[in-house]
Ligand binder design. Structure first.
Ligand code: FPP
Length: 252
């Protein structure tokens, strides 16, 4: 087998990759199966991509596993997704530890079913000393929810005179988000040909490079991850500056 990572410059890796895992339902339906079959197969891609990131030395991987809006799906699908999460967390603990992967979660975790919340907390606790890839699951997550919560906390601090108006900076806002302890993603990948952010990490992706692929999530493999990273590595990231300024900084 050819080395899937041969074209990647290991010195120019994104530190943090965020993924919108889309297309599970269509993948299943194309084969005449129920949508949950797509989610079940999506877990294989989760495993593969987490392993790929760990192997490369990517430090953070955030996966959009369940959005606030996903609660509006048919009850059967929501229930099946929640039990898939529980069985996956139970089944993968050993692999997470073997690969030194530390699990985190962002989102309105209190809104998850009790069993799911418990399993999640337990896996987070049991992987907390792992020093490799940080795998962050966005669950019952949306940026509108996250930013609203941050605004409420900051407004309360202001009302209680704990902070002054001029202390409200973008840094302070970042510190009140669920992602406070993670760097912002440099690369966002969305599968299945949709070109939307769907309420995902709106603040954190302000300067990220976006990569869209037609591949449906259950088909997404390490070679697709490599293509996304290769594409990212061949872009010029300017952060509002000119190309000339960036070139001058690189020769300094
Ligand atoms: C989007 O595809 C996918 C989801 C809403 C769920 C993603 C969940 C998994 C991959 C499995 C569980 C994950 C973990 C981390 C254990 P879609 O259903 O919107 O697909 P469609 O657009 O084709 O309908």
């Amino acid at each position: 087998m050819t080395d899937w990572k041969k074209d990647i410059d290991l010195n120019k890796l994104p530190k943090h990759i965020a993924v919108i895992m889309d297309g599970n339902g269509r993948w299943a339906q194309q084969q005449g199966h129920l949508r949950i079959f797509g989610h079940e197969n999506g877990v294989k891609s989760v495993r593969e991509i987490a392993e790929g990131c760990a192997e490369l030395g990517v430090e953070y991987l955030t996966l959009y596993a369940f959005s606030t809006e996903n609660w509006n799906r048919p009850k059967d699908e929501v229930d099946a997704l929640m039990s898939l999460l529980v069985t996956t967390l139970k089944g993968e603990l050993e692999t997470l530890n073997k690969n030194k992967i530390r699990l985190h979660a962002i989102g309105n975790l209190k809104s998850l079913p009790e069993k799911c919340h418990e399993e999640l907390s337990e896996t987070i606790e049991k992987t907390k000393t792992n020093s490799g890839l940080n795998l962050i699951l966005a669950l019952s997550y949306s940026s509108y929810w996250e930013i609203t919560e941050a605004v409420k906390k900051i407004a309360t601090d202001y009302k209680n005179n704990t902070i002054q108006l001029d202390e409200i900076t973008s840094d302070l806002i970042s510190k009140h988000l669920n992602t406070a302890s993670f760097p912002n993603p440099e690369l966002m990948i969305r599968t299945s040909g949709e070109h939307r952010l769907s309420n995902y990490l709106l603040w954190q992706l302000a300067y990220a490079e976006f990569y869209f692929t037609e591949v449906l999530w259950p088909d997404f493999r390490k070679n697709h991850l490599a293509e996304a990273i290769y594409d990212y590595q061949n872009r010029e990231r300017r952060f509002g500056k000119t190309s000339e300024q960036i070139a001058a900084e690189q020769t300094q």
